[in-house]
Design a binder for this molecule. Sequence first.
Ligand code: C2G
Length: 131
Amino acid sequence: MSRTVLTFGTFDVFHVGHLRVLERAASLGDRLVVGVSADALNIKKKGRAPVFSQGERLAIVSALRVVDQVFVEESLEAKRDYLVEHGADVLVMGDDWAGKFDEYADVCEVVYLPRTPAISTTAIIEHIADM
Ligand code: C2G
């Protein structure tokens, strides 16, 4: 039986921390599906649009060797539906989300992976702004 891993993220200004979490997520199964958050969801959640548009972020993530399928995450509340729809056996998130998705343990295994230290989209944006 093939094991499907599902993860969610914005993946804005794609960096090595994003790559590492996707590589580690992929290693937990046979197929990696990634829900890339919609521009509208980011505006609602963070009060600003991502630097790279949803179409650009989807193009980058779907081009990665470890990623088998991508879809747009339109709503945070639809997680359970996305997990069921994509037949997820494992939900993987970085440990900045530790504990936040435990409610889905009835539909799949829930795993939190340690974040890659010292890199974030916000830090990159601030670094460039200071140059
Ligand atoms: N990440 C990581 N190490 C970093 C930065 C990010 O492992 N240094 C991981 C995060 O923990 C997350 C993934 O990369 O699992 C994507 O991070 P973001 O783009 O910041 O995603 P976020 O905005 O948290 O969106 O429904 C949940 C949201 O869509 C998650």
